[in-house]
Write a protein that binds this ligand. Structure first.
Ligand SMILES: Cc1cc2nc3c(=O)[nH]c(=O)nc-3n(C[C@H](O)[C@H](O)[C@H](O)COP(=O)(O)OP(=O)(O)OC[C@H]3O[C@@H](n4cnc5c(N)ncnc54)[C@H](O)[C@@H]3O)c2cc1C
Length: 558
């Protein structure tokens, strides 16, 4: 079936919803999302959103903290713009009805928490369920907007891109790639759809599922990164994967994060014997940057052979803890841990990917009419390491900027002749094939995630990275060879995307011969500003097609 909208948004987290709500003032918007609309990383964010709203705070201080975290790779103009836009975007969210905690202090609007790497209290929050409060308010606003149509259980397979090779004589001197929409798979009916739009906005979130342990929900399989790469867009800095230091360690807790705000409120990391250890690693102790804390925990666990360390907040008043962290208190309580009396067992887990699809100040990718916003984008804000609570802020700011840019151009875009779009080629697997090879999907998912955890994790070496590249290429080849025997399913599509993203992360990590920010390589333990103060860019080789044929990017082998 074919659908036509002004704007196609892929993803229903903070980035997709914020863009849609603003763009809907200028045209029709389709939001496609691969599961339930609430199933997003946004919905699980706990700590809050960083913004300069305190009396003792200033834009230069937030800018400085962000640049310090980014370890030389932030783009300063982008940092300045995002930080300065923060207060306006926060007030907009409050206007949508997000119930941020208000300050008890006279004249101060919001209650402001503190997180690692921040020199001031500046985290706006709704208790410890900020993401859920934001997601619920934005979904409700989108559902009440007649210009927005939300399609749940619609998985984007690939972008529809028109490739032009601009020639001088017989030589292609320049390429133009124009995005016209996306091919979408509706489940559980397994029906293929073509969604056409004047602008497509990738808001597909992160790729935490590429690692064995992650704080991310199941939807975070890097599909947007894979689609953009296949379509020929530039991606950058994928080696910078942030490992959150404190995920709950319990056999029945899947992906549950113990927010950084717990350390902000005085929580201390201790080993099994009750000894605090962070002073050995950094002067900021428990409030050091996440990568420092994650590496410290990794080192402690490797040295002691213990499965986890502990986060102790038992010195704070029980009533205060129950009010400040109701979600964490309840979740732990259900699992038999009373955080007012017991230290919380924690381990690090893949949490956030700082790199992504390269975008400019308007969220534009290197393909015409294709935008990327939120965690899937690489805007230049985070550099080599993200400052805590800067990601929800980034998503809101670039949703605003890209919607603004689209609004300025939509009239002109509507006049363009739409090229003939072929029906969706079945990109992989068979709609009717038998279930005989389903084991290949589960097996390869597991292998990739273990491979990435063991060889491309918190601490890397050249040897492990080379081994990882060899393995992942074999796995990708195996998947391609067996595709015709596997029934088309969301799991299969995600597996192919996950495998590609894993390979791209490894390739970026191999390129960077230094240690900087979140990328720590024992064979190159120091930072090299002369050779490596630059982004690591990956891009698929140009697809030359002088006829300007429109087709699924997936038709061409990667
Ligand atoms: C547990 C946790 C706690 C966090 N806490 C904080 C915090 O306190 N502060 C902060 O700033 N950041 C925090 N983060 C990070 C932040 O939540 C995310 O970076 C942010 O929510 C990403 O928003 P997004 O809109 O880009 O993506 P998401 O919110 O992840 O949404 C992605 C959407 O894309 C959809 N999608 C993906 N692929 C496809 C496809 N192929 N087809 C169709 N739909 C697709 C998904 O289904 C989903 O709807 C946290 C993250 C986690 C996991």
């Amino acid at each position: 079936m074919e659908h036509q909208f002004d704007f196609l948004v892929i993803g229903s987290g903070i980035a997709g919803l914020s863009f849609a709500l603003r763009a809907a003032r200028h045209g029709t918007v389709a939001i496609v999302t691969k599961k339930d609309k609430l199933e997003t990383s946004t919905n699980y964010a706990q700590g809050g959103i960083a913004s300069v709203l305190g009396r003792d705070d200033s834009f230069p201080l937030h800018i400085e903290d962000t640049l310090n975290a980014g370890d030389g790779l932030c783009h300063p103009d982008i940092v300045e713009h995002v930080v300065r836009s923060g207060p306006d975007r926060i007030r907009e969210l409050a206007d949508y009805g997000v119930p941020f905690n208000r300050s008890p202090v006279e004249g101060l609007e919001f209650d402001l928490g503190r997180e690692g790497g921040h020199s001031r209290n500046r985290i706006v929050h709704a208790h410890d369920m900020t993401g859920r409060a934001v997601e619920t308010a934005l979904v409700s606003a989108a559902e009440n907007n007649p210009n927005i149509h939300i399609y749940e259980n619609h998985l984007a397979l690939d972008l529809i891109v028109e490739h032009f090779a601009i020639k001088a004589g017989s030589i292609a001197v320049r390429h133009r790639d124009v995005c016209w929409g996306a091919y979408i798979l509706e489940s559980p009916r397994m029906e293929l759809h073509t969604f056409l739009a004047h602008a497509v906005v990738l808001c597909t979130g992160g790729a935490g599922k590429v690692y064995l342990y992650t704080s991310n929900p199941d939807v975070a399989t890097g599909d947007g990164l894979a689609m953009a790469y296949r379509a020929g867009a530039c991606l950058a800095n994928l080696e910078f994967v942030q490992f959150h230091p404190t995920c709950l360690y319990h056999p029945h807790a899947k992906n549950f994060l113990i927010s950084e705000a717990v350390r902000g409120e005085g929580g201390r990391l201790i080993d099994r014997r009750g000894k605090a250890f962070m002073e050995k690693y950094h002067p900021l102790k428990d409030l050091a940057f996440r990568d420092v804390v994650a590496r410290a925990i990794d080192t402690e666990m490797k040295q002691s052979g213990d499965d986890c360390v502990f986060l102790d907040i038992t010195h704070r008043e029980p009533d205060y803890l129950k009010t400040r962290f109701p979600n964490i208190y309840q979740k732990c309580h259900l699992l038999g841990i009373d955080i007012t009396k017991d230290p919380i067992p924690v381990v690090p887990a893949a949490h956030y990917i700082c790199g992504g699809i390269v975008t400019d100040g308007f969220g534009r990718t290197t393909l015409e009419n294709l935008y990327a916003v939120g965690e899937c984008a690489c805007t230049g804000l985070h550099g080599a390491n993200r400052l805590a609570s800067n990601s929800l802020l980034e998503a809101m700011v670039f949703a605003y900027e890209s919607a603004f840019h689209c609004a300025e151009h939509i009239q002109q875009w509507r006049k363009r002749p739409v090229p003939e779009i072929p029906a969706c080629p079945i990109p992989m697997g068979h709609l009717n094939s038998i279930q005989s090879e389903m084991v290949l999907i589960a097996h390869n998912w597991d292998i990739i995630r273990r491979l990435m955890w063991n060889y491309v994790g918190i601490v890397r070496t050249d040897k492990r990275l080379e081994l990882a590249l060899t393995h992942i290429r074999q796995i990708r080849m195996e998947i391609r060879e067996h595709l015709p025997n596997i029934p088309l399913s969301n799991d299969l599509v995600e597996l192919q995307d996950l495998a590609l993203v894993a390979e791209l992360i490894i390739r970026c990590a191999i390129q960077r011969k230094e240690s900087r920010g979140l990328h720590y390589n024992l064979d190159h333990p120091r930072k090299n500003d002369v050779a490596w103060r630059q982004d690591t860019v990956v891009r698929r080789r140009q697809v030359e097609d002088p006829r300007g044929v429109v087709g699924a990017a997936n038709n061409v082998p990667t």
